[in-house]
Design a protein around this ligand. Structure first.
Ligand code: BGC
Length: 772
């Protein structure tokens, strides 16, 4: 895409149809509840397979049975997939009888702009119809951050070379369906084509609605729209074949502007009971029309002012990274479910990849961005996990384990991974969730959350670890966890995966410390929880022992083996197999698992997450060992490598990985942005900047920074929230300035030097290019 490096806008000025699928992802809009790909309002009329038009409602899904010709006990049974719901954004301008589209007549000039400051998508086209009528067309689309159920599309047509009859055909198309075919297992699901049927519709004077029902999950969705025009227009509405259509026609003089504004709303039976959906939609539309587009636009700006005030990162001397990191943060904001019942799908609300499932991506990669900028949003991710706790308990029981086992991928709770070696076996998800809870409590001081939800999750996950691991005599009586898959999906079903064991140890330790805290400080609450989940003090003692005796893979050379068998395998350096990447599309898994070959960081990720326990030279040793054998076939890889390269003193490598991560979708680095954004990577990009370049960490003793500047950067400035304070770190080639923007005085660490930050008293330190 001909993306210019405008820091607040993604702008395409040359429409290249072969890039259209990627562009539709990039120009997606969303507000965490609903998302629309950046497809054109009037439809796509170009060569086949270059457009995928979709609208999603976060967590709105249908189910399918997963069939295994060779079945097995405990295999995941029910697949779920996020549905492509009715398309309500359609407005087709017709100029003197000629339908506008990008493939007919002549496009004299074109711009498609995603405005991340104001929160809308805009297209400006100077178009000449096949009959020679010249018009300016301006189409704006917005999905409101404040009104979760509202989207607005406005379309203005201005005749330039004569008076014209202009017609707007507005539709809600209920005949949408999910992706049909894909050779790539990362795309699509067991649901193909249409799975929703229309169960009702209605036509109002200025709009209408249609209601649909899913085939298997029994969910309802009602989508309605109303219109206003700036000229008196003849208006007509009808319904045919799952499509609701309204036409607005007016005679417009040369130089005048004819505008239609379409207010759209969606409600589903996940929001309210089915009988109430229509009433809610009507109310929402009435309110939106009364307030009008100008108010909704103003609210959008105010919302984003607040968001950027808390979250923005400024980089001087690198426009590509500046634009890229804003796009990452904006996309995360667009993707996060705001109700605690939905989360962030691996592709946000922008595409079919990974079936709209939620993974550990949310807890480990995306969570930190929200935690340290908008902690209330981070809490929603944890609430989501709490809502899934019963399903996780059931899954643990089904597999013969105690406690709770969270699904590797899911929408509403059941395990949806049909490939258990890289699905259910990634038990580390349990510890990942505990890690997120622990980070949340450390960063916010919100211990009430532990009482309300957190402790229950932590105890049930500790129980789970206790039930799948054991003290093994052949390993000196150490607590071992066998037959698991760590984060690296190119090694599976191994014994003592380092990441899993270290993180399970953390899970045990945190469970013990929370239990002790509850017993001492909140005995009432402890008793209630104890009764609810029948916890015993003996169990807690066992957790303590397991934490203490956890088997932590180690090697005399200082390399942490990824698992018990890893060092015995043949080493394959990635530069020898470059033509085969991504390996998962070119080799049988058996031919991948056999080698020292990684898809993504495993040991290095663990060393990053638990970085207070590792020294720079340990990290460097392990970086040198794992870097040559890591393919980065997972988009979750480059960001962590960037951080660990920085920790190892390889600044140029750190920068290259950072750039890859920050611009992964804008530059379509992996060639699959067409299937949706890489949401986990976007969270990783934020970490690679703040925790990599910024050296930001939160440990028990507080907030630490070790900032450096990469390449030609003349400035990096970011903010983090910690315990109701905002701290700004502003780095240039001469100084590092720390500012306490709000909140009470706080001690922070600059390269281990203690600084007492006070309001209105910046602390300035000299900038040094510290390597390790
Ligand atoms: C990665 C997983 C990740 C999933 C969804 C896979 O390619 O290996 O770690 O959770 O994508 O993003």
């Amino acid at each position: 895409m001909d993306i210019t490096y405008d820091s607040w806008k993604i702008r395409e000025t040359n429409y290249e149809v072969w890039r259209n699928l990627q562009a539709e992802t990039i120009f997606s809009l969303g507000n965490g509840y609903m998302g629309m790909r950046g497809s054109f309002e009037e439809g796509y009329f170009g060569p086949p397979d270059n457009s995928f038009n979709a609208t999603y409602i976060n967590g709105f899904y249908d189910e399918y049975k997963i069939s295994y010709p060779e079945d097995g006990y405990g295999f995941a049974r029910r697949g779920q997939a996020m549905l492509n719901v009715p398309d309500a954004k359609i407005i087709e301008p017709v100029i003197n009888g000629c339908e506008f589209n990008m493939f007919s007549g002549r496009v004299h000039s074109y711009q498609r702009i995603l405005d991340m400051r104001n929160g809308f998508l805009e297209r400006k086209v100077l178009w000449e119809s096949p009959n020679g009528d010249m018009v300016e067309i301006d189409i704006k689309r917005l999905i409101s951050f404040k009104r979760h159920h509202v989207a607005v599309v406005s379309c203005t047509v201005k005749p330039l070379n004569g008076d014209m009859e202009i017609e707007f055909i507005s539709k809600i198309d209920g005949a949408m369906g999910n992706t049909e075919v894909s050779d790539d297992m990362r795309v699509g699901s067991g649901l193909k084509g249409r799975t929703m049927s229309t169960v009702g519709h209605g036509i109002w004077k200025d709009g209408g609605w249609i209601e649909q029902k899913t085939t298997n999950s029994g969910l309802y969705l009602l989508c309605g729209a109303k219109h206003e025009t700036n000229f008196e227009a003849d208006m007509e509405g009808c319904f045919y074949l799952d499509v609701l259509e309204h036409r607005f026609t007016a005679k417009i003089k040369k130089g005048e502007e004819f505008t239609i504004v379409k207010y759209i709303t969606c409600y589903t039976s996940m929001d309210a009971t089915e009988e109430n959906l229509k009433g809610l939609a009507e109310k929402e539309l009435k309110q939106s029309m009364e307030d009008g587009l100008a108010v909704i636009e103003k609210e959008q700006r105010q919302f984003l002012d607040e968001f950027w005030k808390r979250s923005d990162i400024m980089i001087e001397g690198d426009d590509a990274i500046q634009q890229g990191i804003r796009f990452c943060m904006f996309s995360l904001l667009q993707s996060l479910g705001r109700d605690g019942k939905t989360n962030i799908a691996a592709k946000g609300l922008t595409g079919e990849g990974y079936g709209g499932h939620y993974f550990w991506d949310s807890d480990i990669y995306i969570f930190p961005f929200f935690l340290y900028t908008n902690p209330d949003y981070a809490k929603l991710i944890l609430k989501f996990r709490y809502n899934l706790l019963d399903a996780a308990r059931e899954r643990a029981t089904e597999l013969g384990h105690k406690g709770a086992l969270y699904p590797w991928r899911t929408i509403t709770g059941p395990e949806c991974s049909a490939y258990f070696p890289a699905g259910t076996a990634q038990y580390h998800i349990d510890a990942d969730i505990t890690y997120a809870i622990k980070s949340y409590v450390m960063a916010t001081g919100d211990r009430q959350f532990l009482i309300d939800m957190g402790a229950e999750i932590i105890f049930e996950t500790a129980r789970f670890w206790m039930s799948i691991g054991d003290f093994i005599p052949a390993k000196g009586g150490k607590f071992c966890i066998n037959c698991v898959t760590g984060p690296d999906e190119y090694t599976a079903l191994v014994d003592n995966n380092a990441y899993t064991n270290y993180m399970a140890k953390m899970n045990f330790e945190y469970a013990v410390s929370v239990a002790k805290w509850l017993m001492e400080e909140k005995p009432e609450e402890y008793r209630t929880l104890k009764e609810k989940i029948r916890i015993s003090e003996d169990e807690i003692i066992l957790w303590e022992k397991a934490a203490c005796d956890m088997y932590l893979p180690n090697d005399e050379s200082g390399i942490i083996p990824q698992d018990d068998g890893f060092l015995y395998k043949k080493r394959v350096e990635v530069n020898k197999i470059k033509d085969e990447l991504p390996l998962l599309l070119h080799r049988h898994y058996l031919d991948i698992y056999r080698y020292q070959l990684c898809k993504q960081p495993d040991v290095l990720l663990m060393m990053f997450l638990l970085s207070e326990y590792f020294k720079g030279e340990d990290i460097k040793k392990n970086y040198d060992f794992y870097a040559p054998i890591t393919t980065h076939d997972s988009s979750l890889s480059p960001s962590i490598f960037s951080i660990m390269a920085r920790e190892s003193g390889y600044f140029d490598e750190a920068y290259d990985f950072l750039k890859n991560s920050v611009r992964m979708d804008l530059d379509d680095v992996n060639g699959n942005t067409k299937d949706g954004i890489h949401a986990a990577n976007m969270g990783g990009a934020w970490m690679a900047l703040t925790m990599g370049a910024g050296g930001f960490r939160v440990y028990e003793d507080g907030v630490h920074f070790k900032p450096v500047l990469y390449k030609d950067w003349s400035r990096l400035c970011f903010k983090v929230r910690y315990r109701e304070r905002s701290i700004m770190v502003d780095i240039n080639r001469n100084i590092v300035k720390y500012t306490l923007i709000d909140g009470n005085p706080l001690t922070v660490y600059h390269y281990d030097e203690k600084l007492l930050l006070k309001p209105a008293e910046d602390i300035v330190k000299e900038y040094k290019d510290v390597k390790v």
